[in-house]
Design a protein around this ligand. Structure first.
Ligand code: NAD
Length: 476
């Protein structure tokens, strides 16, 4: 065999460039602290993680409000470093096997920018002849925060900013399928906090998260508050813990389109919202209920905006068998996969640019009834807007999570919002407008429907304390 010198040189050159770029990337994102090194926030067992967080909270009590502002700013700055955003997005998709890298990058960026900080803790005051009384938001102490596999780092950023802004320390219990990326970010956050002069271990976790570790965190006497972001099982568990608990649970957001809507815009928003991060967000559109009169037009425009319609009953059945393990149980390996990958698996060659699969079904179809978190969006026809609203209420299952409506009729918009009672109600926009992405308002990835706190922020993680000075400080 003879070797062509030019080819050999090109190969060597390519390898050298690849190695150099990997070294550069590693240097940019830093090497994770070695196990057990000082104050990286990582502990071997839950008791040690909670005790360290308790120590941290005691030290944190000595810090000023401007210290807290500096620490929160340090968390934001760390999360927003381009190399960190890149790593979080790619590492999460790699480890969890779900979602879309670009969308995850955007989600992490928005939550780091738009989660409220210390400014969220607004003091209330009464003054009068009897003196001055204030109500201030004060820390709980150590919070146990359980995070989902669908938004692992977004929730970690959101909860860290809000919980530390309110003066708490936090022990995180991630989903075991998001262990590595959570460990990585907890280390980066502890580095950022140390550089900003914060007490060590304000954010901790165990090295090997398991369901048992999470359960021991829930019962640990030094954990004063529990915050669960996840499915109904874990929310139920924290609510039965006997501790102050916030439950941010499952959704199955319906989107209603009536005959007055701007159909092209509605189609575009629905495709954007339902395909965002491969439909993983709990707020993402999970089923469309459209007034019959405009159904064909809506489907036509959705196809124009990147949806692929599956019509053949045999392919619909294959799609069902692909994603459902049993009548109600999903196959985890198909959650958060791309539309093209799913279509490929059922033998359909999707056109380039396909982001979403749409299927016409009845309202009782499992695609409608079950929160699937895949870019398969069922479309249900209704004879009029009131029927559409009634179906939406039924399939939301009382989660009180998120609903969307496209309509130009203010009375219909008001009627649906009143009847469905969801925490988030988006009018004429994609679902993610409800968390501040393209809509007004702050961002949160812990949306507490079951316990009613709504889109959580620093004040959600604080106790209200009243201080009364009798007889003085009324200067009127
Ligand atoms: P999941 O319920 O399987 O897991 C959530 C967390 O709970 C994980 O950390 C997991 O390890 C833990 N957990 C689950 N069962 C447990 C048990 N028996 N003992 C101890 N710990 C346990 O949910 P997921 O698949 O990670 O996330 C998707 C779900 O979360 C969806 O239902 C979605 O709607 C919901 N979610 C809600 C919000 C919100 O803000 N309301 C945000 C994101 C996700």
């Amino acid at each position: 065999m003879t070797l062509d010198i030019a080819v050999l040189e090109r190969l060597v050159d390519q390898v050298v460039r690849e190695v150099a770029s990997q070294v550069e990337r590693r240097a940019a994102i830093g090497t994770p602290s070695a196990p057990g090194t000082a104050h990286d926030g990582i502990f071997e067992d839950m008791d040690a993680a909670v005790k360290a967080a308790k120590q941290a909270h005691l030290a944190y009590l000595q810090c000023t409000m401007s210290d807290r502002r500096r620490f929160v700013a340090a968390l934001r700055a760390m999360a927003l470093r381009p190399e960190v955003l890149d790593h979080l997005a790619t590492a999460t998709v790699e480890e969890t096997g779900m979602g879309d890298v670009d969308d995850k990058r955007l989600k992490n960026k928005m939550v780091a920018e738009l989660t409220p900080g210390v400014e969220d803790l607004i003091t209330e005051a009464w003054s009068g002849d009897a003196g001055l009384t204030t109500v201030e938001y004060s820390a709980f102490g150590v919070i146990g925060a359980i995070t989902p596999t669908t938004n692992p780092t977004e929730t970690l950023i959101c909860n860290s900013i809000g919980m530390l802004a309110a003066g708490n320390s936090v022990v995180f219990s991630p989903h075991p399928r998001a262990r590595q990326v959570t460990l990585w970010l907890v280390r980066r956050f502890n580095e950022a906090l140390a550089e900003a002069g914060a007490p060590p271990n304000l954010i901790t976790m165990v090295r090997e998260p398991t369901l048992e570790m999470t359960q021991s965190m829930m019962t640990h006497p030094d954990v004063r508050m529990l915050v669960a972001t996840g499915g109904p099982g874990i929310v139920d568990m924290v609510l039965r813990s006997g501790k102050k608990a916030i439950g941010a649970g499952a959704g199955n957001p319906p989107v209603v389109v009536d005959e007055t809507a701007d159909i092209d815009q509605a189609a575009c928003d629905i495709v954007n919202g339902a395909s965002f991060d491969n439909n993983l967000p709990c707020i993402a559109e999970k089923e469309v209920i459209v007034v019959d009169e405009v159904a064909d037009l809506l489907i036509l425009h959705m196809k124009r905006h990147g949806a692929y319609e599956v019509k053949e009953p045999a392919v619909i059945a294959r799609l069902h068998d692909l994603v459902f393990k049993t009548e109600t149980q999903l196959k985890a390996e198909w959650v958060g996969q791309s539309a093209t990958k799913i279509l490929d698996a059922v033998g359909v060659q999707a056109p380039a640019g396909t982001r979403l699969i749409i299927v016409e079904t009845g309202k009782d179809h499992p695609f409608v009834q079950r929160e699937m978190m895949t870019p398969i969006l069922p479309v249900v026809r209704a004879k009029d807007v009131d029927t559409a609203i009634a179906i939406a209420i039924e399939v939301e299952h009382g989660n009180r999570h998120t609903a969307v409506m496209h309509s130009k009729n203010v009375s219909s918009l008001t009627r649906m919002a009143r009847l469905i009672q969801t925490t988030i109600f988006v009018k004429n926009g994609p679902s993610y407008a409800g968390i501040g992405i393209g809509g007004e308002g702050y961002c949160s990835f812990t949306i507490a429907g079951p316990t009613g706190e709504g889109l959580t922020s620093a004040r959600t993680f604080a106790r209200r304390r009243r201080c009364i000075l009798v007889g003085d400080l009324n200067v009127r």
